[in-house]
Write a protein that binds this ligand. Sequence first.
Ligand code: PSV
Ligand code: MN
Ligand code: MN
Length: 429
Amino acid sequence: MHRIEKSFISEENQQYITDLNKDFDYLGEKLSRSGLDIEKLTDAAVKFQIAVPSWGTGTGGTRFARFPGVGEPRNIFEKLEDCAAINDLSACTNSVSPHFPWDKVDDFSELKQQSDAVGLSWIAVNSNTFQDQKDQAHSYKYGSLSHTDAATRQQAIEHNLDVISYGQALGAKSLTVWVGDGSNHPGQQHFQRSFERYLESMKKIYAELPSDWEMHIEHKMFEPAFYSTVIQDWGSNILAAMELGPKCKSLVDLGHHAPNVNIEMIVSRLIQFKKLGGFHFNDSKYGDDDLDSGSLHPYQQFLIFNELVDAEARQQEGFSPAYMLDQSHNVTDPIESLINSAAEVQRSYIKALLIDREALYAHQTANDAMMASSELKKAFNLDVSPILAMTRYRAGGAIEAIATYRKSGYRQQAAIKRPSTGGNTSGIV
Ligand code: PSV
Ligand code: MN
Ligand code: MN
């Protein structure tokens, strides 16, 4: 397999370690003045892991064009190589989430062997009923699990069941269902009837879920449907999850809400009702932009982690969300963006751990808005970069992950090994 040698990473680390030790010690001293132990924070960061979407390793595109990069992965084995490179450098992305049938697999045991060999596991398998595949009997043009035609719904149900079996072969433990079902014209669809059909189909999938699995429903405000979408918002999402049962939870993709929506509060509500299944982390300015995590709204991401760390600290029952990136990179090298994004999500987590929860709760009880907000800002404004870099170093990753990646020549070698097969629009070459 095409890999970045561990020895290369550790040699590169040598030039940075002296300065990092100084920065880390300085930060440790500063944190200790607030009663925080930098070693405990670093241990927490070492444990923090976020999954990479297999489809994120290819250059994305828009409906106008796709501009492929060089050395793009052409199949799931090459995507796995790139995921290994991301994890080798970032040391916080030890699992991959596959998407079917984008990820074509003839031999699952071979794929599992390869992933074991590079220290990656499989998490959350994704089904795809938002696109027609070659030789498919029934079209999803007018929907899938909620389609008016029973045979089309059945085809979508069977695909989800197939995806569960692929996941079992890989050792995954959850199925994420996102459907694009919806309408473009007022009157086109009967809202209640289409939701009823969706629920009926989902119940059939839920009934076949292995006992130790969860099913995660992902809502999205619009696109591909531009007037109404069956699972449009977290309200429809949690209603469906409640209707289906305890193994069904809601998944929050940060880019799937109306502008200015208070996502952290949605997260709190889902936690409260034991329905937070997981996340797709990305950032956005307009819609489902799928930009790098923290590139536009790092404070929002931090506020989401404030809720997550709060639930963790209170040992909230039923709280074990799955963390994952879901992004599409058009102008950057996807490997660099995914490394960068994973670190930015990890950064939000560590910053949220700095919050003095007792003090915050006291300010909330006293209705002291200024001090409560300052308590959050104090944590957010502290630069925890030395903790992130030390975490990578101690876990065998790269102190300067992107610089080390560039110096390794990984992409240039990939370009030789993986000649281009030409562009398409799905991000999958
Ligand atoms: C839909 O926009 C979505 O966020 C879902 O998670 C899909 O599985 C993924 O993007 C496809 O790129
Ligand atoms: Mn998503
Ligand atoms: Mn999306």
